[in-house]
Design a protein around this ligand. Structure first.
Ligand code: NDP
Ligand code: 2IT
Length: 453
């Protein structure tokens, strides 16, 4: 752990005291403050006016009851959240997560990270995040719809195309966005396409938004590999998760000549030495919404294919050249990082938000592994959401090629900005430091320009 200077240490102590028990939020703040030591040394003005303290405090936090009726006619209660973290750069922007682990600390860490991520995209979007402890697993389509409608019945009064623009995250994809948009439209009597992103194409969605996070992470890693004169061509890749981000990382990695040999879900991981069959994964996950072990059942035993149950091994035990953690926070531990380094990993691109523990990041960096932090590497999703907002505002719809070209250019510019910032602050190759500082400076400069806000 990096020793913080006295002033930053006292800011962190205050964040921990005022947000007791919110360990993921503390972790995210600590990482950013560790990078800011170099900023306040060079630019002491950034430590004035309680600027850093204000950036660590969400502008608004909304917590609400979400009652709904299940298929057995039982009334259920969940908790809904929206943390509107920072609107210095534009309307709050960030996803909604439906997962039983969701609590205010997790939403706050995600909203905090989102603020810097969105700043890195260079687009006019502030940071926010929301969700619920609702567990969509095993729920019928009718239950999902009633839940989404009830959730939106409260959320609608807090959002809007100029106020706060939610999108998907874990457990929230195109289907859920559709149900929520339908309810927003009924409640407001407005066809306000730009109030949510991640919409389907026939009612205001953007081409390439579904693919954007996974494609974007792959572009980012390709740029990092390029700095060492190499590429994805011929590389073995492990992608954790098998949801939106993981699936489209696989798709792009494969098109760049890499081979994805393992993927996972919360029940375990599958290995296919011949390369994971993406068409089958899409069928299992996007159509049947089934467990990943189905892959083995359909393909059959042997032939270099096997399944390891959760708790009986780690996906990071599978040897690879590139690791792309794309499931959830803290899924890649110090022990996993040691195994990956021992097996010769060259690059890590975080598709998920904060998937590597602080110890894992330290191990990668000390071993000279190229390491792309989520707030830079997975920013392609939200950047393409901002492109969706742009298309909605102009009542236009762009081609896939045009949208993907914009995404590729944005990812290249985030990569170059992080690398240049790391150089400028005396830590060449440290993308964590580069991302934290470049994101912070943009947010801090605009907050200061807007007065004491
Ligand atoms: P999905 O719901 O589509 O997929 C999530 C995947 O991760 C599933 O395979 C899921 O397995 C697995 N997973 C989730 N939680 C856990 C857990 N606690 N333990 C083990 N496995 C878990 O979500 P996304 O692909 O959209 O999101 C994945 C990550 O990427 C998240 O960290 C998200 O914040 C981040 N992200 C997403 C963006 C987007 O545009 N969607 C943009 C930027 C970041 P199971 O089905 O068994 O739960
Ligand atoms: O973590 C993220 O960046 C997302 N879940 C996407 C947010 C968005 O508004 O598209």
């Amino acid at each position: 752990m990096v020793q913080l200077d006295e002033r930053l240490e006292s800011i962190l102590a205050e964040v921990i005291r005022r947000n007791a028990g919110e360990s993921e939020f503390h972790q995210a703040v600590r990482e950013v403050l560790e990078s800011l030591g170099r900023v306040v040394a060079k630019r002491p003005d950034f430590a004035e006016g309680a600027l850093i303290e204000r950036i660590c405090e969400p502008e608004r936090q909304i917590i609400f009851r979400v009652p709904w009726v299940d298929d057995q006619n039982q009334v259920r209660i969940n908790r809904g959240f929206r943390v509107q973290f920072n609107s210095a750069l534009g309307p709050y922007k960030g996803g909604l997560r439906f997962h039983p682990s969701v609590n205010v600390g997790i939403i706050k860490f995600l909203g905090f990270e989102q603020t810097f991520k969105n700043a890195l995209t260079g687009m006019p979007i502030g940071g926010g995040k929301g969700g619920s402890d609702f567990d969509p697993k095993g729920r019928s389509e009718g239950e999902i719809m009633r839940f989404c409608q009830s959730f939106m019945t409260e959320l609608y009064r807090h959002i809007g195309e100029y106020t706060d623009v939610p999108a998907g995250d874990i457990g929230v994809g195109g289907r859920e966005i559709g149900f929520m948009f339908g309810q927003y439209k009924r409640l407001t009597n407005r066809y306000e396409a730009g109030v949510l992103t991640g919409k389907a194409l026939f009612y205001g969605g953007s081409r390439a938004r579904t693919e954007a996070t996974g494609y974007g992470n792959t572009y980012f890693v390709q740029s990092m590999l390029g700095t060492k004169g190499t590429s994805f061509e011929g590389k073995k890749v492990v992608v954790s998760g098998s949801g939106n981000v993981a699936i489209y990382s696989h798709e792009k990695v494969t098109s760049f000549g890499g081979k994805v040999v393992a993927m996972s879900d919360s029940s375990g991981y599958i290995v296919d030495e011949n390369g994971i069959d993406l068409k089958l994964i899409k069928e299992i996950k996007e159509v049947r919404r089934a467990r990943i072990s189905e892959y083995l059942r359909i393909k059959g035993e042997g032939k270099g294919i096997y399944f390891v149950k959760a708790g009986e091994g780690s996906i990071w035990d599978v040897p690879c050249d590139v690791a792309m953690p794309s499931a959830t926070q803290n899924e890649l531990t110090g022990k996993d990082a040691k195994t990956l380094v021992k097996n010769g990993v060259q690059a890590v691109g975080e598709g998920a938000n904060m998937p590597s523990t602080p110890e894992a990041i330290r191990i990668f960096q000390e071993a000279g592994v190229l390491f792309a932090p989520g707030k830079a590497a997975n920013a392609g999703g939200v950047a393409t959401s901002a492109l969706e907002m742009q298309q909605n505002a102009s009542r236009d719809s762009w081609s896939f090629a045009q949208t993907e070209a914009r995404l590729a250019a944005i990812m290249a510019s985030i990569h170059d900005n992080c690398a240049a910032t790391a150089d400028e602050y005396g830590a060449p190759g440290d993308y964590v430091l580069g991302a934290n500082i470049a994101g912070f400076v943009r947010v801090a400069e605009s907050m200061r320009a807007l007065g004491v806000i």
